[in-house]
Every structure is written in structure tokens, then in C-alpha cells.
Design a protein around this ligand. Structure first.
Ligand code: ATR
Length: 278
């Protein structure tokens, strides 16, 4: 039986084992997917143990907080999008070695375009935040070819650095990149993506509601209680709120496709997962 797992700290509440088990059932793939709580200082050794202790049946793993930034260093091959993101959320064990990739951004784009039904091409997008979560999704957002992406972050120089790293890709795709100050933010946007951790500290939404176009899509990359503040704020100001659960399922679907060569039915698994969480 081919083995996979998610490695993180904490990992107890991860929904990935359920999602991948459902994908496997629905596509007739034989695999097992577990979760491994990894000691904070022990990622490299834990990865080696997972690969060596499973009698050659381990085929790959997902990487979550806080190991996304160090996983690529253990890989023999790193995809261009993982390199640009500076983070890895999936490892694939191949006869040639370990391949590192990142499906977070493509997962967010798939959720926005396929599940929420909003085409990004030609739109005005606001990305709030410039930390790891924002960096993980900016490349695939640009590849969806919006007219403009504004990156606004509390610490302005981080937004500048993130934009700088993506300039060449944006030029190639014909997308304008802007880095307005978060304070006093103006303009109007069709899609707003909250990639800040502000809700975790109980802070309010750090942007004025005037930037939402009527009917704008307002996505939080988190789900559950952490997304509630942003979702309520968006709804109260006439936007369409969306949490990060769809992104979670879609990034898993992209990982499943990489590992198994089969695209699972992500939209129906998302519907099931939502029903389970209610
Ligand atoms: P993650 O991996 O979740 O992105 P991170 O790399 O620590 O975590 O980034 C957190 C992001 O949330 C940053 O963009 C941070 O802004 P700073 O770069 O100024 O720290 C943003 N953030 C956290 N708390 C915030 C708040 N109260 N208001 C606005 N932005 C906040």
C-alpha cells in the first residue's frame, strides 16, 4: 500500500487525512494517508524516518506549519513555483530523489475560479499581507492574469520585497503589481484576499470597506473561527465572503494529481467537508 502523510506541528486537527482518503475512495486509488506530529527541531530526521521506516512504501507527504520554509532544502529538485513562493507544501518521493513543490497558490486560484466562479483575468485584485501565506499564492495569482494586483502589508518594505521577487513573472503575464500603503488604502477591487494573521491576535480587518466593489469576492485564506471576523466584515459591506476551506481542498487535489496522476473531484469533496463541519 502506498503511504503518504502530512507533517506539521501542530497537526492533530488536520483535515488532510480525511480529504485524501475521500479522494482515494472516489478515484479507486489504493493508498493510506496519515498525520505525523514532528518535533520542532527535528524535521529532517523525521522525514528520513518516514521514508526509511515504511519499507519503501512512502511515496510523498504534505508539509504544513512550521516546516514549509525548510522542506525545500532537503529536496533534490524544487519546482519553479515553490522556489518563487519560498515555501513547500508537498514532497514527492521519486526514484530520482525528493521533488519539492507548492500547490497552495494553484489551490487558491482553482477555488476562486472554479468553486466561487470568479474569473481572475482582467480583474483588480488586492492581496493583504506579505508573509508566508501571501508569498505562497502570489505567483499562481499572477499566472491567472489579473489586470492589477495590489499588495498591501502593515510593514511596507515586506510588500515591496515580495513584489520585487515577482516582477519578471508579472511583466511576462501582463499584470501590473502595485504596493500601496495599508494605512489610507484607496482604490476599488473585484477580489480581495486576506493573507494576514491579524484575526489570530483578535485585531480588526486592516483595510477600509470602501475598497470593496459591490459584489466583490472577499477571500480569507483561513477557515473556521479564524476566518469569521473577515467574512462577517465582508458580508456586512456587500461583498461575497469566502473562507479558505475550498483552497485547502483544492491544494490537496493538486497534490493528489501530482502523486497519483489522477484528478480527484475536489468540488464534491468540498461540499461533503463543509457539511461535516456544520
Ligand atoms: P503567515 O505564514 O501566516 O503568512 P507570517 O509570515 O508571520 O505568517 O505573516 C503574517 C502576515 O500577517 C504579515 O503580512 C503581517 O504583517 P507584518 O508583515 O506587518 O507583520 C500580517 N499581520 C499580522 N497581524 C496583523 C495585524 N494586526 N494587522 C495587519 N497585518 C497583520
Amino acid at each position: 500500500m502506498d503511504l503518504y502523510c502530512v507533517m506539521g506541528h501542530p497537526v492533530e486537527h488536520s483535515k488532510s487525512p480525511w480529504i485524501h482518503a475521500r479522494f482515494a475512495e472516489l478515484t479507486g486509488q489504493r493508498l493510506q494517508y496519515g498525520k505525523r506530529l514532528i518535533p520542532l527541531e527535528n524535521f529532517a530526521q523525521s522525514l528520513a524516518e518516514f521514508m526509511n521506516d515504511t519499507a519503501g512504501t512512502a511515496r510523498g507527504c504534505n508539509i504544513t506549519v512550521p516546516f514549509k520554509f525548510e522542506a525545500a532544502a532537503l529536496a533534490s529538485q524544487v519546482s519553479a513555483r515553490a522556489r518563487l513562493a519560498g515555501a513547500t507544501n508537498i514532497l514527492c518521493f521519486t526514484p530520482q530523489g525528493i521533488h519539492a513543490d507548492n500547490t497552495d497558490g494553484i489551490g487558491l486560484v482553482a477555488d476562486i475560479q472554479h468553486n466561487a466562479g470568479v474569473a481572475l483575468a482582467g480583474r483588480d485584485v488586492l492581496l493583504i499581507g506579505a508573509g508566508g501565506a501571501a508569498a505562497g499564492v502570489l505567483g499562481p495569482l499572477i499566472e491567472a492574469r489579473p489586470a492589477r494586483i495590489a499588495i498591501a502589508n502593515r510593514t511596507h518594505h515586506k510588500a515591496l520585497a515580495l513584489a520585487q521577487r515577482h516582477r519578471a513573472l508579472a511583466l511576462l503575464q501582463g499584470t501590473e503589481l502595485h504596493t500601496p500603503y495599508l494605512t489610507g488604502l484607496t482604490g476599488h477591487f473585484d477580489v480581495i484576499i486576506n493573507a494576514t494573521a491579524s484575526s489570530l491576535s483578535g485585531a480588526s480587518v486592516p483595510i477600509p470597506a470602501g475598497v470593496l466593489r459591490p459584489g466583490a469576492l472577499a477571500c480569507d485564506m483561513m477557515y473556521g473561527p479564524a476566518a469569521n471576523g473577515f467574512m462577517t466584515w465582508a458580508f456586512e459591506h456587500g461583498a461575497l465572503p469566502r473562507d479558505g476551506l475550498g483552497m485547502l481542498v483544492e491544494q490537496a487535489a493538486e497534490a493528489f494529481l501530482i502523486w497519483r496522476g489522477v484528478r480527484p473531484p475536489a468540488a464534491s469533496v468540498l461540499t461533503e467537508l463543509r457539511a461535516r463541519m456544520e
